[in-house]
Design a protein around this ligand. Structure first.
Ligand SMILES: Nc1ncnc2c1ncn2[C@@H]1O[C@H](COP(=O)(O)OP(=O)(O)OP(=O)(O)O)[C@@H](O)[C@H]1O
Length: 305
Protein backbone atom coordinates (compact mmCIF):
# COMPACT_ATOMS: atom_id res chain seq x y z
CA UNK A 1 0.00 0.00 0.00
CA UNK A 2 2.48 2.66 1.12
CA UNK A 3 5.60 1.52 -0.72
CA UNK A 4 8.85 3.34 -0.02
CA UNK A 5 7.82 6.00 2.47
CA UNK A 6 9.34 9.25 3.64
CA UNK A 7 8.27 10.30 7.14
CA UNK A 8 8.84 13.98 7.90
CA UNK A 9 8.60 14.85 11.60
CA UNK A 10 8.54 18.23 13.29
CA UNK A 11 10.19 17.51 16.66
CA UNK A 12 8.76 20.57 18.38
CA UNK A 13 5.12 20.02 17.38
CA UNK A 14 2.81 17.96 19.62
CA UNK A 15 4.38 18.80 22.96
CA UNK A 16 7.81 17.92 21.62
CA UNK A 17 6.88 14.30 20.90
CA UNK A 18 7.05 14.47 17.10
CA UNK A 19 10.11 12.28 16.90
CA UNK A 20 8.75 9.52 19.14
CA UNK A 21 5.52 9.49 17.17
CA UNK A 22 7.54 9.23 13.96
CA UNK A 23 9.26 6.09 15.29
CA UNK A 24 5.89 4.64 16.29
CA UNK A 25 4.52 5.39 12.82
CA UNK A 26 7.51 3.72 11.18
CA UNK A 27 7.00 0.60 13.30
CA UNK A 28 3.30 0.43 12.39
CA UNK A 29 3.97 0.86 8.66
CA UNK A 30 6.90 -1.53 8.47
CA UNK A 31 5.09 -4.24 10.44
CA UNK A 32 1.81 -3.83 8.54
CA UNK A 33 3.08 -3.30 5.01
CA UNK A 34 6.65 -4.64 5.13
CA UNK A 35 7.73 -1.43 3.45
CA UNK A 36 10.84 0.69 3.86
CA UNK A 37 10.51 3.97 5.79
CA UNK A 38 12.96 6.83 6.11
CA UNK A 39 12.47 9.38 8.90
CA UNK A 40 13.70 12.95 8.44
CA UNK A 41 13.41 15.36 11.36
CA UNK A 42 12.94 19.05 10.54
CA UNK A 43 15.27 21.69 11.93
CA UNK A 44 13.60 24.81 10.59
CA UNK A 45 11.26 26.48 8.20
CA UNK A 46 11.96 25.07 4.73
CA UNK A 47 12.88 21.47 5.51
CA UNK A 48 9.44 19.93 5.08
CA UNK A 49 8.95 21.82 1.80
CA UNK A 50 12.34 20.87 0.33
CA UNK A 51 12.17 17.22 1.37
CA UNK A 52 8.67 16.63 0.06
CA UNK A 53 9.57 18.41 -3.18
CA UNK A 54 12.54 16.09 -3.72
CA UNK A 55 10.72 12.95 -2.57
CA UNK A 56 9.57 11.82 -6.01
CA UNK A 57 13.10 12.10 -7.46
CA UNK A 58 14.39 10.13 -4.49
CA UNK A 59 12.02 7.28 -5.28
CA UNK A 60 9.50 7.71 -2.45
CA UNK A 61 6.00 6.49 -3.24
CA UNK A 62 4.45 8.03 -0.11
CA UNK A 63 5.21 11.04 2.06
CA UNK A 64 3.75 11.24 5.56
CA UNK A 65 4.34 14.11 7.93
CA UNK A 66 3.84 14.64 11.64
CA UNK A 67 3.21 18.17 12.83
CA UNK A 68 0.79 21.05 13.07
CA UNK A 69 -0.79 23.00 10.24
CA UNK A 70 2.54 24.66 9.41
CA UNK A 71 4.28 21.36 8.75
CA UNK A 72 1.31 19.96 6.83
CA UNK A 73 1.09 23.08 4.63
CA UNK A 74 4.78 23.01 3.84
CA UNK A 75 4.76 19.31 3.01
CA UNK A 76 1.76 19.75 0.73
CA UNK A 77 3.34 22.77 -1.00
CA UNK A 78 6.51 20.73 -1.61
CA UNK A 79 4.54 17.81 -3.09
CA UNK A 80 2.71 20.17 -5.45
CA UNK A 81 5.99 21.34 -7.00
CA UNK A 82 6.07 18.20 -9.16
CA UNK A 83 3.58 16.87 -11.69
CA UNK A 84 3.99 13.34 -10.43
CA UNK A 85 3.34 13.24 -6.70
CA UNK A 86 3.85 10.68 -3.96
CA UNK A 87 0.73 9.83 -1.98
CA UNK A 88 0.26 11.79 1.23
CA UNK A 89 -1.01 11.43 4.80
CA UNK A 90 -0.23 13.08 8.09
CA UNK A 91 -0.45 12.64 11.83
CA UNK A 92 -1.95 15.81 13.35
CA UNK A 93 0.11 17.20 16.21
CA UNK A 94 -1.16 20.79 16.14
CA UNK A 95 -3.94 22.51 18.01
CA UNK A 96 -6.86 22.99 15.64
CA UNK A 97 -6.14 20.62 12.73
CA UNK A 98 -9.15 21.41 10.55
CA UNK A 99 -8.01 19.27 7.66
CA UNK A 100 -7.48 16.27 9.92
CA UNK A 101 -11.03 16.64 11.23
CA UNK A 102 -12.43 16.84 7.72
CA UNK A 103 -10.52 13.69 6.72
CA UNK A 104 -11.69 11.73 9.75
CA UNK A 105 -8.20 11.38 11.24
CA UNK A 106 -8.05 10.91 14.99
CA UNK A 107 -6.95 13.96 17.00
CA UNK A 108 -5.10 11.56 19.26
CA UNK A 109 -1.70 10.97 17.58
CA UNK A 110 -1.32 7.42 18.87
CA UNK A 111 -4.76 6.48 17.52
CA UNK A 112 -4.10 8.28 14.23
CA UNK A 113 -0.94 6.17 13.87
CA UNK A 114 -2.81 2.95 14.68
CA UNK A 115 -5.40 3.77 12.03
CA UNK A 116 -2.71 3.75 9.34
CA UNK A 117 -2.96 -0.06 9.61
CA UNK A 118 -6.19 -0.04 7.63
CA UNK A 119 -6.45 2.71 5.06
CA UNK A 120 -7.92 3.43 1.67
CA UNK A 121 -6.78 5.87 -0.98
CA UNK A 122 -8.81 9.00 -1.63
CA UNK A 123 -8.14 12.38 -3.25
CA UNK A 124 -7.75 15.81 -1.71
CA UNK A 125 -8.42 19.32 -3.04
CA UNK A 126 -5.87 22.02 -2.32
CA UNK A 127 -6.60 25.74 -2.47
CA UNK A 128 -4.50 28.27 -4.31
CA UNK A 129 -4.51 31.95 -3.36
CA UNK A 130 -2.41 34.13 -5.65
CA UNK A 131 0.96 32.33 -5.76
CA UNK A 132 0.58 30.27 -2.59
CA UNK A 133 -1.43 27.25 -1.42
CA UNK A 134 -3.86 26.73 1.41
CA UNK A 135 -5.24 23.57 2.98
CA UNK A 136 -7.89 24.96 5.35
CA UNK A 137 -9.10 28.51 5.32
CA UNK A 138 -8.53 32.01 4.07
CA UNK A 139 -9.85 34.90 6.15
CA UNK A 140 -10.28 38.44 4.88
CA UNK A 141 -10.47 41.09 7.58
CA UNK A 142 -8.38 42.32 10.46
CA UNK A 143 -7.77 38.96 12.08
CA UNK A 144 -4.66 38.60 14.20
CA UNK A 145 -2.11 35.98 13.28
CA UNK A 146 -2.94 33.74 16.18
CA UNK A 147 -6.65 33.43 15.45
CA UNK A 148 -6.67 30.18 13.52
CA UNK A 149 -4.04 28.58 15.72
CA UNK A 150 -5.43 29.36 19.11
CA UNK A 151 -4.88 26.76 21.79
CA UNK A 152 -8.32 26.05 23.11
CA UNK A 153 -9.48 23.10 25.18
CA UNK A 154 -13.04 23.69 24.07
CA UNK A 155 -13.06 22.15 20.61
CA UNK A 156 -16.78 21.58 20.29
CA UNK A 157 -19.37 23.78 18.64
CA UNK A 158 -18.06 27.32 19.13
CA UNK A 159 -14.70 25.92 20.09
CA UNK A 160 -11.74 27.84 18.91
CA UNK A 161 -13.77 30.72 17.58
CA UNK A 162 -15.38 31.58 20.91
CA UNK A 163 -12.01 31.62 22.52
CA UNK A 164 -10.56 33.69 19.76
CA UNK A 165 -13.34 36.20 19.82
CA UNK A 166 -13.19 36.57 23.59
CA UNK A 167 -9.45 36.89 23.54
CA UNK A 168 -9.00 39.11 20.56
CA UNK A 169 -12.00 41.37 20.33
CA UNK A 170 -9.69 44.31 20.54
CA UNK A 171 -7.99 43.27 17.33
CA UNK A 172 -11.15 43.22 15.27
CA UNK A 173 -12.09 46.43 13.61
CA UNK A 174 -15.71 47.50 13.56
CA UNK A 175 -15.05 48.97 10.18
CA UNK A 176 -16.53 46.97 7.32
CA UNK A 177 -14.46 46.55 4.18
CA UNK A 178 -15.97 47.13 0.79
CA UNK A 179 -15.35 43.91 -1.11
CA UNK A 180 -16.16 42.89 -4.66
CA UNK A 181 -16.43 39.14 -5.28
CA UNK A 182 -16.57 37.34 -8.63
CA UNK A 183 -17.15 33.57 -8.72
CA UNK A 184 -16.27 30.97 -11.38
CA UNK A 185 -19.50 31.70 -13.31
CA UNK A 186 -18.73 35.41 -13.42
CA UNK A 187 -21.43 36.25 -10.87
CA UNK A 188 -20.50 39.54 -9.21
CA UNK A 189 -21.33 40.36 -5.60
CA UNK A 190 -20.59 43.45 -3.56
CA UNK A 191 -20.49 43.28 0.20
CA UNK A 192 -19.42 45.36 3.16
CA UNK A 193 -18.00 42.95 5.72
CA UNK A 194 -15.47 42.71 8.50
CA UNK A 195 -15.37 38.93 8.54
CA UNK A 196 -15.13 36.85 5.37
CA UNK A 197 -14.01 33.23 5.45
CA UNK A 198 -13.31 30.85 2.59
CA UNK A 199 -12.83 27.19 3.47
CA UNK A 200 -12.17 24.02 1.53
CA UNK A 201 -14.19 21.84 3.90
CA UNK A 202 -16.85 22.56 6.50
CA UNK A 203 -14.47 22.68 9.46
CA UNK A 204 -12.97 26.05 10.28
CA UNK A 205 -11.16 26.98 13.44
CA UNK A 206 -12.00 23.58 14.93
CA UNK A 207 -15.75 23.90 14.47
CA UNK A 208 -18.08 22.87 11.72
CA UNK A 209 -19.62 26.05 10.48
CA UNK A 210 -19.85 25.82 6.73
CA UNK A 211 -22.05 23.73 4.50
CA UNK A 212 -22.33 20.26 6.07
CA UNK A 213 -22.35 18.83 2.54
CA UNK A 214 -18.87 20.20 1.86
CA UNK A 215 -16.38 17.50 1.03
CA UNK A 216 -12.60 17.71 0.90
CA UNK A 217 -12.46 16.69 -2.76
CA UNK A 218 -15.63 18.19 -4.23
CA UNK A 219 -13.79 20.85 -6.24
CA UNK A 220 -15.47 23.67 -4.34
CA UNK A 221 -14.59 26.41 -1.87
CA UNK A 222 -17.17 27.65 0.62
CA UNK A 223 -17.41 31.36 1.33
CA UNK A 224 -19.20 32.88 4.30
CA UNK A 225 -19.16 36.61 5.00
CA UNK A 226 -20.98 38.52 7.69
CA UNK A 227 -22.76 41.49 6.16
CA UNK A 228 -22.18 45.00 7.40
CA UNK A 229 -19.68 46.33 9.89
CA UNK A 230 -20.73 44.32 12.86
CA UNK A 231 -19.44 44.55 16.37
CA UNK A 232 -18.07 41.35 17.77
CA UNK A 233 -21.19 40.38 19.72
CA UNK A 234 -23.16 40.20 16.46
CA UNK A 235 -20.45 38.13 14.83
CA UNK A 236 -20.40 35.89 17.84
CA UNK A 237 -24.17 35.46 17.66
CA UNK A 238 -23.97 34.45 14.02
CA UNK A 239 -21.22 31.92 14.72
CA UNK A 240 -23.16 30.48 17.65
CA UNK A 241 -26.21 30.06 15.44
CA UNK A 242 -24.08 28.23 12.88
CA UNK A 243 -22.99 29.82 9.66
CA UNK A 244 -24.64 27.14 7.54
CA UNK A 245 -28.08 27.93 8.94
CA UNK A 246 -28.86 30.28 6.14
CA UNK A 247 -29.59 33.77 7.29
CA UNK A 248 -29.45 35.78 4.10
CA UNK A 249 -29.88 39.10 5.86
CA UNK A 250 -26.80 38.72 7.97
CA UNK A 251 -24.78 36.34 5.88
CA UNK A 252 -23.48 35.99 2.37
CA UNK A 253 -22.95 32.32 1.52
CA UNK A 254 -21.40 31.20 -1.75
CA UNK A 255 -19.71 28.14 -3.16
CA UNK A 256 -17.54 28.04 -6.23
CA UNK A 257 -14.34 26.60 -7.68
CA UNK A 258 -12.91 30.13 -8.05
CA UNK A 259 -13.22 33.47 -6.34
CA UNK A 260 -11.73 36.79 -7.22
CA UNK A 261 -11.84 39.34 -4.41
CA UNK A 262 -10.99 42.98 -4.99
CA UNK A 263 -11.52 46.22 -3.14
CA UNK A 264 -11.48 49.95 -3.77
CA UNK A 265 -10.45 50.54 -0.15
CA UNK A 266 -7.64 53.00 0.20
CA UNK A 267 -6.17 51.14 3.16
CA UNK A 268 -4.80 47.60 2.99
CA UNK A 269 -7.28 44.85 3.82
CA UNK A 270 -5.51 42.27 5.98
CA UNK A 271 -5.77 38.60 5.03
CA UNK A 272 -4.92 35.38 6.81
CA UNK A 273 -4.05 32.07 5.13
CA UNK A 274 -4.19 28.92 7.29
CA UNK A 275 -3.38 30.99 10.36
CA UNK A 276 -0.56 33.08 8.91
CA UNK A 277 -0.67 36.57 7.41
CA UNK A 278 -1.70 36.35 3.76
CA UNK A 279 -1.25 38.41 0.58
CA UNK A 280 -2.73 41.83 -0.10
CA UNK A 281 -5.83 42.20 -2.30
CA UNK A 282 -6.62 41.58 -5.12
CA UNK A 283 -7.03 37.88 -4.35
CA UNK A 284 -7.35 35.11 -6.91
CA UNK A 285 -8.53 31.90 -5.34
CA UNK A 286 -9.00 28.57 -7.06
CA UNK A 287 -9.36 24.93 -6.16
CA UNK A 288 -6.71 22.52 -7.39
CA UNK A 289 -9.22 19.73 -7.72
CA UNK A 290 -8.04 16.37 -6.37
CA UNK A 291 -4.44 17.59 -6.47
CA UNK A 292 -3.17 14.87 -4.14
CA UNK A 293 -3.85 11.23 -3.44
CA UNK A 294 -4.15 10.65 0.28
CA UNK A 295 -4.51 7.81 2.73
CA UNK A 296 -7.61 7.91 4.92
CA UNK A 297 -8.70 5.44 7.59
CA UNK A 298 -11.05 2.84 6.14
CA UNK A 299 -13.42 2.79 9.10
CA UNK A 300 -14.15 6.41 9.77
CA UNK A 301 -16.66 6.82 12.52
CA UNK A 302 -18.58 9.80 11.31
CA UNK A 303 -19.99 11.27 8.17
CA UNK A 304 -17.20 13.23 6.61
CA UNK A 305 -17.15 16.87 5.72
N1 LIG B 1 13.59 21.46 14.89
C1 LIG B 1 12.83 22.55 14.98
N2 LIG B 1 13.00 23.44 15.97
C2 LIG B 1 12.23 24.55 16.07
N3 LIG B 1 11.23 24.87 15.20
C3 LIG B 1 11.01 24.01 14.19
C4 LIG B 1 11.78 22.81 14.03
N4 LIG B 1 11.31 22.16 12.93
C5 LIG B 1 10.29 22.92 12.43
N5 LIG B 1 10.12 24.01 13.17
C6 LIG B 1 9.13 25.07 12.97
O1 LIG B 1 7.82 24.63 13.35
C7 LIG B 1 6.86 25.42 12.67
C8 LIG B 1 5.68 24.59 12.25
O2 LIG B 1 5.00 24.15 13.39
P1 LIG B 1 3.67 23.34 13.22
O3 LIG B 1 2.64 24.18 12.58
O4 LIG B 1 3.96 22.03 12.58
O5 LIG B 1 3.28 23.03 14.71
P2 LIG B 1 2.41 23.87 15.73
O6 LIG B 1 2.78 25.30 15.60
O7 LIG B 1 2.52 23.17 17.05
O8 LIG B 1 0.97 23.58 15.14
P3 LIG B 1 -0.33 24.45 15.17
O9 LIG B 1 0.08 25.77 14.67
O10 LIG B 1 -1.31 23.75 14.27
O11 LIG B 1 -0.75 24.44 16.59
C9 LIG B 1 7.57 26.02 11.47
O12 LIG B 1 7.59 27.40 11.62
C10 LIG B 1 8.97 25.44 11.53
O13 LIG B 1 9.95 26.39 11.18
Amino acid sequence: MFGRTLIIANPVAGKGEGQEYAQALRTVLEETYQNECTIKVTEGDDDAFEWSKQAIDEGFESVLCLGGDGTVSQTVAGLLQNKERPRFAFIPLGTVNDLARALGYSMNPQKAIERMKDVEIDTLDIGQINDQYFINVVAVGPIPESVMQTDSDDKNRLGAFAYVIDGFTAFFSEKGYDLHIVDADGVETDIVSNLLLIGLTNSIGGIEIMNPEAKYNDGLMYLAAIRGHNPMDTIRGVLEGGIFETDKERLLLMESSQFQITTQESQDVPTNVDGDPGPALPLDLQVLHQALEIYVPRNRRRILG
